[in-house]
Design a protein around this ligand. Structure first.
Ligand SMILES: [Zn+2]
Length: 347
């Protein structure tokens, strides 16, 4: 199986190139984190090396794609992470999150061998942007003469950090964000929630930049529960149902950077609504119940803008140094939020 439905087009393209013997010796998969492109690369390499590929046929009986069998010796060796014809480079091997020139140089011995199983030899570079300049220059030399039946597969979440000469030696395969319909269909298959819960979960897609796997990861972490609590608390603070002191005590349990990131994003959404933007342009779709109270409040723009500046400066300080006074920063942020209560509807 190819990993995710929104990458089907990219799968068809690459598989078609294997079938017609036009697979380039270097492919660059480009796309945001959270789209599953590293998993895609693994599935593709397994299918490329599989000894018994499984073909599927379209309605006209023409084979239009294939996948790995999952059972042959090549598949089994790949699945356990010890395939003799595959080398995977990743920044996590290095202590400083960088792919170093030595890692690239070590490829030379691998590239001089012949394939142990008689097929392709594959080099997968995960998070290729983690290569430092020396590593990228060394890779450039290898890409000039890759050897027979060698395929380089680079995966990058930030291809602008790659040397243009590296990019130009690869065939780029763009992995774009899935459509709403694609995510909804997939979510129905993977989510165990009720229809109402799924709707609420999908409203968070815009918060995580539209990347479905990031959404799944976030929902499974404490981030989601914390977010719900924060939103409820911020609403209560506007309505003066909770004291500032009580909220600050609660907020001390949450990561300060997460709270400030949420407040900053809410502030920007509130600005959009007070400028009469349509609610579809709001990032925090799950907080519309709260944000709609700022809509059509053009006289509040200056105050909301000031609020955004305060939160932004606190957020930048926290990013720059973890040694912030958590309580003071919370108080400052929440006081600024509370000052907006005079502008909301229905308070
Ligand atoms: Zn197989």
């Amino acid at each position: 199986m190819y990993p995710y439905p929104w990458l089907e087009r990219q799968w068809q393209r690459l598989v078609g190139q294997i079938e017609s013997n036009r697979l380039p010796h270097a492919v660059l998969l480009r796309g945001l984190e959270g789209l599953g492109i590293i998993e895609f690369a693994h599935c593709f390499i397994q299918a490329l090396l599989c000894e018994v590929r499984i073909f599927s046929y379209d309605a006209q009986g023409v084979d239009n794609t294939f996948v790995a069998c999952g059972k042959c010796s090549s598949c089994k060796q790949f699945q356990v992470g010890f395939h003799p014809d595959v080398v995977i480079l990743d920044a996590t091997e290095s202590s400083v999150g960088v792919i170093k020139v030595d890692q690239v140089r070590m490829l030379l011995a691998f590239l001089q061998q012949t394939a142990q199983l008689g097929g392709y030899r594959v080099v997968l570079i995960q998070r290729a942007e983690a290569m430092n300049m020396a590593a990228q220059n060394a890779l450039l030399k290898v890409l000039e003469e890759p050897g027979e039946d060698v395929v380089f597969m680079l995966v990058s979440h930030c291809p602008s950090l790659l040397l243009p000469t590296v990019v130009s030696r690869c065939q780029s395969v763009e992995c774009t964000l899935p459509t709403t319909v694609e995510v909804q269909q997939w979510w129905r298959e993977v989510s165990t929630g009720t229809e109402q819960e799924q709707k609420h979960q999908l409203a968070l897609l815009s918060v995580v930049g539209g990347a479905p796997l990031r959404l799944r990861q976030y929902l499974a972490s404490s981030w989601y529960a914390c977010r719900l609590e924060c939103l409820e608390g911020l609403c209560d603070l506007l309505d003066r149902k909770i004291s500032l002191y009580a909220f600050v005590q609660k907020a001390l349990d949450w990561p300060l950077a997460d709270l400030l990131a949420l407040m900053l994003s809410l502030g920007i959404d509130a600005l959009k609504l007070s400028l009469n933007s349509a609610s579809e342009y709001v990032s925090n779709q799950d907080a519309l119940f709260l944000l709609n109270r700022f809509s059509n409040q053009s006289h509040a723009i200056v105050s909301i803008d000031r609020f955004v500046s305060v939160i932004e400066s606190l957020y930048l300080s926290v990013q720059a140094s973890a040694a912030q006074n958590h309580q003071l920063s919370c108080e400052r942020a929440l006081l600024s939020w509370q000052a907006l209560s005079q502008y909301v509807n229905g308070s």
